[in-house]
Design a protein around this ligand. Structure first.
Ligand code: SAH
Length: 445
């Protein structure tokens, strides 16, 4: 049975898939329908056909899900930053727990049928939770605009107001676009111009302090702009510039320089404060990070006899949560600025710049024997070489903090050869998006 583009079909939606889209089956063929919900019957038009699946758009919903809600955001459809805002929040949490189960079912790590996948811990008020924005800047007509690129394109969707973004960071970027226009600062464009490509704005939950980075293909003169901006927003403590001249889709180039203000701002989580420099990664949802870290500490069950590795450490905030609970702490990250922060944030910790897959084998070769390991990798998951190292060294206790259910389930296939998966706790770090975060407790078999 082959489906054709423009063909119109009735479809029952069986589940919500990994990108938040409805998934149905038409005569043996899997059909993805963005915007449709589990339990709905839709009339849809095929817009793309691949060998194993097709994609369709909803023409009409014949039977509506009782959990369908009207999205609170005006640009929800064009923006693409959120994918499941049309699903009631309690159901979003169930969906995220279900995504973990779907991924386990697909990769089948050892004993997966009996893993305890715990209910997702959600937010009381799932609004304005994103403490950091990274908006693209483009000149449209006479005005500089900032926002996100629509999916798979370089077409800017301007964002002047956002339901999930911290309101101060939004006000700051709105002012920045005005000032960039007014001061006629050069703005980047793939084909023609050099100038500012992206702006990062982040606000500390603890102090309210704001830091920002202009990411530009060339060096630009920002003195007057910075003066007006910091007068209007006294909470801005750091303004930096990152030069990124390559034509890649990476957000940042290699060098970051502070143009104005302090090296780092102070942020806090659990009962401690820590330094955060503009270029370092830190969790996007500081409120839920409290819960994530608390769950990570609980899952580890560390004692004062443990020697802990905090891999993919960022600024060492996870390691810091174990201070006083373990004998020693080591960690690593590829971002030098993050490691500079980690060295301040984790007294007596040993933090190094480098990849987990090179630094950990080096430590082991030097005779260091960790008894506890926590990993918090980016969406790509663990490197194959690192998996081999872990399986060979087998620290007794391990916690895997994951932001991608697919790479998590894939990595568990190898890890479950030597570790038993005690439970998986999902935590909602990104309400209204299809993204999930999970803490996995592993114990050596
Ligand atoms: N644990 C930190 C950061 C987690 S995000 C926190 O809770 O905030 C993932 C981190 O992994 C980022 O800081 C990124 O710079 C780092 N990273 C990416 N690839 C890496 C690799 N191969 N080895 C070590 N760190 C890496």
């Amino acid at each position: 049975m082959t489906l054709k583009i423009k063909q119109k079909i009735p479809l029952n939606i069986k589940k919500i898939g990994i990108n938040g889209e409805g998934v149905g089956n038409f005569k043996g063929m899997t059909v993805f329908v963005p915007g449709a919900l589990k339990g709905e019957s839709v009339y849809a038009e095929i817009i793309n056909v691949e060998p194993n699946y097709a994609t369709a758009k909803v023409l009409k919903i014949n039977k509506k899900s009782p959990h369908r809600v009207i999205p609170v955001c005006d640009i929800y459809k064009q923006c693409g930053g959120c994918q499941i805002m049309h699903l009631a929040y309690p159901q979003q949490l169930k969906f995220k727990q279900d995504l973990l189960k779907q991924a386990l079912q697909k990769f089948k790590p050892d004993g997966y049928e009996s893993y305890e996948v715990r209910q997702t811990i959600g937010m009381k008020k799932p609004e304005h939770y994103r403490a950091k924005l990274q908006f693209q800047t483009r000149l449209l007509g006479e005005k500089v605009r900032a926002g996100l690129f629509a999916e798979n394109s370089h077409r800017l969707v301007e964002i002047k107001q956002c339901y999930v973004q911290d309101e101060t960071t939004q006000a700051v970027i709105n002012e920045i676009t005005e000032l960039l226009t007014m001061h006629r600062i050069p703005i980047y464009n793939e084909r023609q111009f050099d100038g500012i490509r992206t702006v990062m704005v982040r606000r500390s939950r603890k102090t309210g302090d704001v830091q920002l980075i202009f990411i530009s293909s060339i060096s630009v003169e920002l003195t007057h702009l910075i003066k007006s901006l910091t007068e209007k927003f006294p909470e801005i403590k750091t303004v930096a510039i990152n030069i990124h001249s390559k034509k890649t889709s990476e957000i940042y180039g290699e060098t970051t320089e502070i143009l104005w203000g302090d090296r780092a701002i102070l942020e806090g989580v659990l009962d401690y404060s820590f330094e955060l420099s503009p270029r370092a990664f830190y969790q996007l949802n500081p409120e839920q990070t409290e819960i994530l870290y608390r769950e990570a500490v609980k899952a580890m069950g560390a004692t004062l006899e443990d020697d802990l590795i905090d891999a993919y450490s960022g600024t060492g905030t996870i390691g810091r949560a174990f201070l006083g609970k373990v004998r020693s702490i080591r960690g690593m990250d590829v971002i030098a600025e993050a490691i500079a922060d980690a060295k301040v944030n984790v007294p007596d910790g040993i933090y190094e710049v480098g990849t987990a897959e090179t630094v950990i084998p080096k430590w082991l070769a030097d005779g260091y024997q960790p008894t506890a390991l926590i990993v918090d990798p980016p969406r790509t998951g663990l490197d194959a070489k690192l998996l081999e190292t872990i399986v060979a060294a087998k620290p007794e206790k391990m916690v895997y903090v994951s932001c991608n259910v697919s790479t998590l389930a894939r990595d568990l296939v190898r890890l479950s050869e030597v570790y038993a998966v005690k439970y998986i706790q999902s935590v909602d770090m990104f309400p209204h998006t299809a993204r999930t975060e999970a803490v996995v407790k592993l114990v050596r078999k």
